[in-house]
Ligand binder design. Structure first.
Ligand code: ARG
Ligand code: ZN
Length: 882
């Protein structure tokens, strides 16, 4: 494998480009073995930068010809760059023509131009365009694109690129061509082409302003019946952005194309979004409610990038969160607004916070910790992280909290008024939001607020309450701190909006107590007068800031919050804290039996049987904190102990509440004709949890009825959610019927790649019993349907085991780590981006107890010892060992 040199790129070294590229005319002769690319550019020197050579990026290209103003010219190559020194010195525009070839069928990295199931696709973000042609591959160089595609007409009947189709026709030798012009200037990372045998679902719409648009969702011929939900999601996205932010669609044609080989979720190429099939294709027979929800949010996310990312883009890749944090915020708000009423919005908020706390908090506490706007990187692909995306979204959300919903919308309008068509920074964004709201807390505290962009680590807010009965006064003291992260030993105080309220012990909210306190000092005191008796504080309502809140809650206080808080997020949080307290106490005690007491079990029963609460909310409350989340609360982690204790808790919850679970299943399992809406998907989720619990309880009681019913359900289910939940209940309880069910499931769906991914993932993620998961995973590697080359399939088996099943992965015999190191190396030779993601599975090795810690270090060192590692994996493992 060939890799560029290991150079650290630093934000402070940013310099404007020495040349601008005004326009690009690309002509492709598409051939999987050898594609010819003619690139005609019109360039001009940037007069604001000292005259210097033009250095163009290129990777794995065969260079055939370079012409300047139609004439041959001298050039040299330096590493991966093409260097032109003798260019016209005047600042007049000149033409540069470069002719190269590349081999898409050999491109296993899935960056640049590649072939997936006989169809050509491109992926250019972040630095893939340089694998297509020599270019100034940086987001602050924006050009107009004209693209001509030529290919065999039979094999590649559909030829797509960005913008509008202006010409098409036949050529000699069974070939044809299409010419596309993009009316908008764009950075090269937003370039795309697609060529192959595809069909499209089409929809013509008329926007509020009267403009007509053609929407298309392109898929392989057999998949057309799975595109309705994606199209509906796209139409909903367009309507939402117009309504909430007055941002219209600026194109005549908007296309989505699905590919089964994709490194990430999806890509917002201008007018031609390319999606992982996982986030496009859905039918009730093959997709779960979670898939439906993900499709809605990813379609929204990529569509919203059309403004936040494409119309206004990033000056450099350190500013990635400018578009990603903001666009995640927008897609979260979109899903919340579509969910409808307050309780459904809260469910979405809880799900988002759960992702943040189980994935981003560990990242922020580990070796890869970086600010939302990083200061340096070796491989930018390693910085498409939960910090840049999810924490970045929280940083935008706090800006909305500090300016109000209307104020934030005004700020967005000012941002576009100032920066439309530009490549800008995170500072520019926050400045626009603040300037549009001059009397807001954000404007008052802006320089300090921006520490959220520059300081890594999860801040901790410790709260203490003091009640003075004589004075009827309650004083809340909030103290903030932030642990050190790599390269940042000391942190300065953050601006932290803490939404809170006070409840009396009987659950009644104290009138006038609800407020948002904005912390900016290390310590803040809040005084409440006229408080008749000792209150229960409900702190960080709605998770108003991405922090760890420490408050020494008693059980009684948590039970009050769980039963009565007006903030649904904190009701859920109280339940989680009750469970966490018990998990931590049991882990510390050394015992494993009966971690749960009657008070907890009664509270959970009350939630489960509650006449008013939504099923979706109940399901969230009754789901115990994950092993990963529990582990994060410990100084030293014995993963087997965490697993054993959590399993004991689950077993107890299953057994002690079995009649309630049976009741819940009977009440919720019939949801009528399949619709993926919030209410019916919530009912299915609760029925699914109930079945899982009933199968688990059956292990103890020897009951055969519920496993039998579950198997029947698995066979009869009218939709994938119910079918998969039943299958998972059998697998997770280790029931003998699981084997047969798994076989049937495979036979039923052997031609549905996305369903097979679920089949692999379920087995790799199964609850470990005596180390039985790893042998099963190894066996599945030999299954004819397994391949390392397809990222979805590799993730479904290997990541589900290494990254999502701690109880099975962390083995005292170190076999899980050996398996991990082998797969990282194997994947690295094929696809470094995917390999580097897998490499992150051992990020938190330093927290592990022995013998895990030592064995994990050895496994990482084994990977690091490989001489020709990609930059991607090298950066991850060397940071882990540092
Ligand atoms: N911009 C895309 C999205 O968030 C992600 C593309 C990342 N691709 C990559 N190779 N790093 O929607
Ligand atoms: Zn994005």
């Amino acid at each position: 494998m060939r890799e560029g040199q290991t150079t650290v790129i630093r934000r402070e070294d940013y310099a404007a480009p020495a040349y601008w590229i005004d326009s690009v005319e690309l002509t492709f002769d598409l051939d999987p073995a050898k594609t010819r690319v003619l690139n005609k550019m019109r360039l001009r020197r940037n007069p604001e930068v000292a005259a210097q050579a033009l250095k163009l990026d290129g990777e794995e290209l065969n260079l055939a010809r370079v012409l300047v103003n139609g004439q041959g010219t001298s050039f040299k190559t330096e590493g991966d760059q093409l260097v032109l020194e003798n260019l016209p010195t005047v600042t007049d525009a000149f033409d540069l023509e470069i002719f190269t070839t590349c081999a898409p069928e050999k491109n296993s990295k899935l960056m640049g131009l590649y072939v997936s199931q006989g169809t050509f696709f491109t992926q250019c973000e972040a630095e893939g365009f340089r694998r297509i042609t020599y270019f100034l591959d940086r987001p602050d160089v924006m050009a107009s694109y004209t693209v001509t595609l030529r290919a065999d007409k039979k094999k590649y009947p559909v030829l797509l690129s960005n913008g509008n189709l202006v010409e098409q026709g036949d050529l000699d030798g069974g070939r044809h061509y299409a010419k596309w012009v993009d009316p908008h200037k764009k950075p090269c990372y937003l370039f795309a082409l697609v060529a192959g045998q595809l069909v499209a679902r089409e929809q013509r719409i008329k926007a509020r302003n009267g403009r007509e648009h053609l929407l298309q969702v392109y898929v392989r011929p057999g998949d057309l019946d799975k595109t309705e939900h994606a199209m509906n999601s796209l139409m909903a996205s367009i309507a939402w952005d117009e309504a909430r932010f007055k941002l219209p669609l600026d194109l005549d044609r908007f296309m989505i194309v699905a590919t089964s080989d994709f490194n990430m979720g999806a890509m917002e190429n201008k007018g031609l979004n390319v999606f992982n099939t996982k986030f496009v294709l859905a039918s009730q027979a093959t997709a779960t409610d979670v898939d439906y929800a993900n499709i809605e949010s990813v379609v929204g996310h990529e569509y919203f990038h059309n403004w936040t990312g494409n119309r206004v883009t990033c000056r450099d890749w350190f500013q990635l969160s400018l578009k990603e944090g903001l666009t995640v915020f927008r897609d979260q708000e979109f899903s919340m607004d579509l969910a409808g009423e307050a309780s459904a919005r809260a469910v979405k908020r809880i799900e988002d916070v759960r992702v943040l706390r189980t994935a981003q908090f560990p990242e922020d506490a580990g070796p890869m910790a970086h600010p939302v706007r990083p200061d340096s990187y070796i491989e930018i692909n390693n910085f498409y992280t939960v910090t840049v995306y999810e924490k970045g979204s929280e940083v935008v959300r706090m800006q909305q909290t500090l300016t109000s919903r209307e104020g934030f919308a005004k700020g967005m309008a000012l941002y576009f008024q100032r920066h439309d068509g530009q490549a800008v920074t995170c500072d520019d964004f926050a400045q626009a939001i603040a300037d549009a709201n001059p009397s807001s807390e954000l404007a008052r505290l802006l320089p300090q607020f921006k520490r959220w962009y520059s300081q890594a680590g999860t801040p901790q807010v410790a709260a203490r309450g003091h009640y003075d009965a004589a004075a009827q006064r309650y004083t809340l003291t909030l103290t903030q701190s932030c642990p050190p992260t790599p390269g940042q030993a000391e942190k300065l105080p953050f601006v932290i909006p803490v939404a809170l309220g006070l409840l009396y012990a009987d659950g009644l909210e104290i009138p006038g107590s609800a407020r948002t306190v904005v912390l900016s000092d290390a310590q803040t005191e809040v005084v409440f007068e006229g408080v008749a008796s000792e209150p229960v504080p409900s702190l960080l309502r709605g998770f108003s800031a991405p922090v760890v809140l420490r408050y020494d809650y008693s059980d009684a206080e948590l039970l009050t919050l769980l039963a009565h808080d007006s903030d649904p997020f904190n009701r859920w949080e109280a339940g989680q804290r009750l469970a966490l307290k018990r998990a931590l106490a049991t882990i510390a005690s050394g015992a494993t039996e009966q971690p749960l007491d009657a008070a907890y079990l009664d509270a959970m029963r009350a939630v489960l049987r509650h006449p008013q609460l939504d099923a979706a909310f109940k399901e969230l409350v009754l789901t115990l904190p994950s092993e990963t989340y529990i582990a994060e609360q410990l100084e030293v982690v014995d993963p087997q102990r965490v697993h054993a204790v959590r399993e004991a808790m689950r077993g107890q919850l299953a057994l002690e509440l079995r009649e309630d679970w049976a009741w819940a299943y009977e009440q919720h399992h019939d949801t009528g004709a399949y619709r993926p809406d919030a209410v019916s998907s919530g009912r299915r989720a609760l029925a699914g949890l109930a079945l899982a619990m009933l199968c688990l309880a059956a292990r103890e009681t020897g009951d055969v009825v519920w496993p039998g019913k579950t198997y029947q359900r698995f066979k009869d289910a009218g939709n994938m959610t119910d079918r998969f939940n039943a299958l998972a209940a059998l697998v997770q309880s280790g029931h003998a019927l699981a084997r047969d069910a798994l076989q049937r499931f495979h036979a039923l769906f052997k031609n549905e790649a996305l369903v097979l991914d679920k089949w692999f993932a379920l087995q790799a993620g199964a609850s470990d019993r005596g180390g039985d998961v790893l042998p099963a995973v190894k066996q599945l590697m030999k299954h004819p349907d397994f391949t390392l080359k397809n990222p979805n399939r590799a993730r479904s088996l290997i990541f589900s085991y290494c990254s999502a099943n701690p109880g099975a992965f962390h083995r005292a015999d170190a076999a899980g780590y050996v398996y991990w190191s082998e797969r990282v190396l194997e994947l690295d030779a094929l696809n470094p981006q995917v390999a580097a993601r897998l490499a992150r599975a051992l990020d938190r090795w330093k927290k592990l107890a022995e013998p895990y810690r030592h064995a994990a270090r050895e496994a990482i060192a084994r990977v690091a010892a490989k001489p020709d590692l990609s930059n991607d994996v090298r950066e991850v493992v060397s940071r882990a060992l540092a």
